[in-house]
Design a protein around this ligand. Sequence first.
Ligand SMILES: NC(=O)c1ccc[n+]([C@@H]2O[C@H](COP(=O)([O-])OP(=O)(O)OC[C@H]3O[C@@H](n4cnc5c(N)ncnc54)[C@H](O)[C@@H]3O)[C@@H](O)[C@H]2O)c1
Ligand SMILES: [Zn+2]
Length: 371
Amino acid sequence: MRETVTVDLPGRAYDVRIGPGLIAQAGAEIAPLLSRPKVAILTDETVAALHLDALTAGLAAEGITSTSLALPAGEATKSWGPLEQSVSWLLDQQIERGDVVVAFGGGVIGDLAGFAAAILRRGVRFVQIPTSLLAQVDSSVGGKTGINAAQGKNLIGAFHQPSLVLADTDVLGTLTPRDFLAGYGEVVKYGLLGDAAFFAWLEAQGPALAAGDMAARVEAVRWSVQMKADIVTRDETEQGDRALLNLGHTFGHALEAATGYSDRLLHGEGVAIGCALAFELSARMGLCSQEDPSRVRAHLKDMGMKTDLADIPGDLPDADALVQLMAQDKKVVRGTLRFILTRGIGKAFITSDVPGEMVRTVLQDGLRVHA
Ligand SMILES: NC(=O)c1ccc[n+]([C@@H]2O[C@H](COP(=O)([O-])OP(=O)(O)OC[C@H]3O[C@@H](n4cnc5c(N)ncnc54)[C@H](O)[C@@H]3O)[C@@H](O)[C@H]2O)c1
Ligand SMILES: [Zn+2]
């Protein structure tokens, strides 16, 4: 059960290895990249407590020594303070241009460590060892790195591709069910945006995958990573097609902002609800049949996921305020909000041609049920 997807960017191609047991073999996987047998690991405290010993042992098995810095778990770590701390620590560890930084954790650590590697000595290489489902299927691949600003999420950063990604599907076993399902929100997104066969496969295999079926987990990660790799290879810096990966995110980001980026709504949960809303909007605009949003919602419910605005605990602002929040999304280009809409499952496309009134109505209807 070992899969490899290659991200075939000219001059910066790298492999994403996927399967159980990869952490134990991290030394053998990483050794070919090293100019000396030493790496620096950035991780978070939760992941460190659960899996750092295994990684250290996997590296030591090939004679690679490692030092590590464990930062507090959570989105707040993607900010200036921890970035400064990380870069300064890497300098103290005497990490040089020829060395490799290892990002060991979820998307927060991957984004932060990747950005630290991008700016350390004008750029050192880094290896992603993603430990959350979200990081394995999405954030560890494609080279977007960065931190959040007071003005918004992910507003400071750089494109910096990793040299290798090791997605050990065993470590997904220690995720809370909620974190696992939030990551699954991004998996569903891939089927919905570009591959109806993948979505149909998820409808059939999703419950087994959530229950722990390893072959299904490996296949879901492989399929997702292959789709992301294809899109990133076509459009690394998001001049066009890469924006398709934002299906569900314009709605989702507004909902995350409305809930204060708190525990009330995880990113992947916002994406799942956002996908359902994007399909609903597409159906109302006559772009797809009403059966498509129904099928999307049915699968999310089947998986026990948040599906509708009504599933978000606590008060939400009104539709106008949510539309305002959508307009602040960084996907706004010259003042026009770009939407990812769909002509059916697996047929997403990018458009700026969306009547604001219709967006408001879709939100209003969802909020009516919420109230
Ligand atoms: N760079 C990109 O292209 C990209 C794409 C999507 C998302 N992101 C970013 O990713 C971040 C979200 O990633 P995330 O959901 O992985 O968040 P995260 O890194 O905060 O991880 C979620 C939680 O799971 C814990 N965790 C991780 N692995 C674990 C394991 N194996 N066992 C037990 N607990 C574990 C973490 O400690 C954390 O508490 C956001 O900041 C988002 O902006 C980036
Ligand atoms: Zn996302």
